[in-house]
Design a protein. Structure first.
Length: 229
């Protein structure tokens, strides 16, 4: 079973909807929606600084104890967090109430550990991480903080690690539809890695430009997505 330090958030019901949520943000709060197990979608407000602190520690994979108006804590996941690309201020949060007895599908960060001789010693190339997260299925209490990949066995260009080589904790399984043979990371010649990085940066710039041009109202009242798991 995964062991993580308890993270807490306090929320209050929100009546300021749509464009009126701007006033909420100016006062240091973030509009949010709660949905999920035995919960009708409910509009909430969260203290921005508290949400940011919890987000940096929890991401999308750690359970958070959400207390609404002084009631009993409810286990939730932060499913989505919208951030203004210009100001970096938090815009909106989606919170998913979990059932501790039902399995969830979640994305878990993949963290390389160790040193690749091909990269650190021979200087043959660079480590290219193809997958930064892995979609898994497990009970909420078994969600791991991260998955580690040992790269110390990568001794030549094109050596890599596949999904099947990642050691999953007890109670954790790959999500359906994933191929165990997909590459997680590999040693890539320097020139190829630079070209791939340039393509990623160009794509990210295009996405940011498109997001800045999107109507602000579209971020104000997002519909709650269908619960997974």
């Amino acid at each position: 079973m995964a062991t993580t330090m308890a993270l807490e958030l306090r929320a209050t019901p929100r009546e300021e909807l749509g464009r009126h949520a701007q006033g909420l943000r100016r006062r240091g709060f973030v509009p949010a929606v709660l949905y999920g197990h035995n919960v009708s979608p409910q509009s909430l407000s969260l203290e921005a600084r508290a949400l940011e602190r919890v987000w940096h520690r929890a991401g999308k994979s750690h359970l958070v104890d959400l207390t609404l108006d002084g009631g009993s804590p409810r286990k939730v996941l932060i499913r989505e967090l919208q951030v203004d690309p210009r100001s970096a201020h938090l815009v909106h949060a989606d919170l998913f109430a979990v059932n501790l007895r039902e399995k969830l599908t979640v994305d878990i960060p993949i963290v390389p550990v160790g040193e690749s001789p091909a990269v650190a010693v021979e200087k043959l190339g660079v480590l290219q991480q193809i997958l930064t997260t892995l979609k898994i299925e497990c009970l909420p209490s078994d969600i791991p903080a991260q998955l580690t990949v040992d790269v110390s066995g990568l001794v030549a260009v094109d050596d890599g690690v596949r999904i099947s080589e990642i050691e999953l904790p007890e109670g954790v399984a790959l999500a359906q539809g994933l191929s165990p043979e997909d590459l997680v990371l590999k040693v890539t010649p320097v020139r190829v890695a630079i070209e791939a990085e340039e393509e990623e940066e160009a794509a990210a710039a295009e996405a940011a430009a498109a997001e800045e041009g999107a109507p602000a109202e579209a971020q104000e009242t997002p519909e709650a997505p269908a619960p997974e798991g």
